[in-house]
Design a protein around this ligand. Structure first.
Ligand SMILES: *Cc1c(COP(=O)(O)O)cnc(C)c1O
Length: 222
């Protein structure tokens, strides 16, 4: 079942768009099933849960941290995380850089841009992000590699609004990529409900959970 759903989704993705299978709240056995079918990229949004799964599962899995990351928890994932999606402050970049140095790695990250109408969503305001990139301040963090942007659209049925938010992030990406020495490549947008819109507006990574693994049972949090 899981593998069939992954294959169905993969058939709809244009070349150059990769699938992050969002496995948060689901047991390691379901990840193993997807892995056996060939899936290698998994997304988690809680540090302890990701560490436990990393320890239990095959070591060639690419673990993407997609949730809001607290600075005091960076150290737990620094040794193995493949990509941190939702980096929303310079303070967090600084901590990732420090922890990456400690373990002798360069950690790829995405900067989260706030484009949604909801006030509760995290992320940099677009103009703030632009100023940070223009300032060149990011260059001092030599053990962090900023490889692109991430965003979440408003949770709504209004497809025109969702499309305009992804497009806003896409335009910002195009602008910023010129400031990044060609390092900016990834655009992480689109979830189960809105990924077809995201791929029309430049997504290179889609983060899909419930469409693959079913509804999450929040009472079963490890
Ligand atoms: C949970 C989550 C997803 C996946 O959501 P689905 O609607 O289950 O596809 C994607 N991105 C982020 C940041 C998430 O926290």
């Amino acid at each position: 079942m899981i593998c069939e759903r992954i294959n169905e989704i993969k058939h709809t993705l244009p070349e150059g768009v990769r699938l992050v299978a969002v496995s948060k709240y689901h047991p390691a056995s379901m990840i193993q099933e997807a892995y056996d079918g060939g899936q290698r990229i998994f997304g988690e949004s809680h540090v302890q849960e990701m560490v436990q799964k990393y320890e239990a599962l095959p070591k060639d899995i690419e673990w993407h941290f997609i949730g809001h990351l607290q600075t005091n928890k960076v150290k737990y994932i620094a040794p193995f995380v493949s990509l941190i999606h939702a980096v929303d402050s310079e303070h967090l970049i600084k901590e990732i850089d420090k922890q990456a140095k400690r373990v002798g790695r360069t950690i790829p990250i995405l900067l989260e841009v706030h484009v949604a109408k909801e006030e509760t969503k995290y992320g940099w305001a677009p103009d703030e992000l632009l100023r940070f990139m223009e300032s060149g301040a990011w260059r001092q963090y030599t053990n962090v590699s900023i490889t692109g942007l991430m965003c979440m659209a408003t949770n709504t049925d209004d497809e025109a609004l969702i499309a305009s938010e992804f497009e806003q992030a896409n335009q910002l990406f195009k602008h910023i990529t010129q400031l990044s020495d060609g390092r900016f490549k990834e655009r992480s947008w689109g979830m189960s409900a809105d990924y077809p819109i995201a791929i029309k507006h430049g997504a290179t990574l889609v983060r899909i959970g419930s469409l693959i693994f079913g509804e999450r049972d929040y009472s079963k949090h490890p």
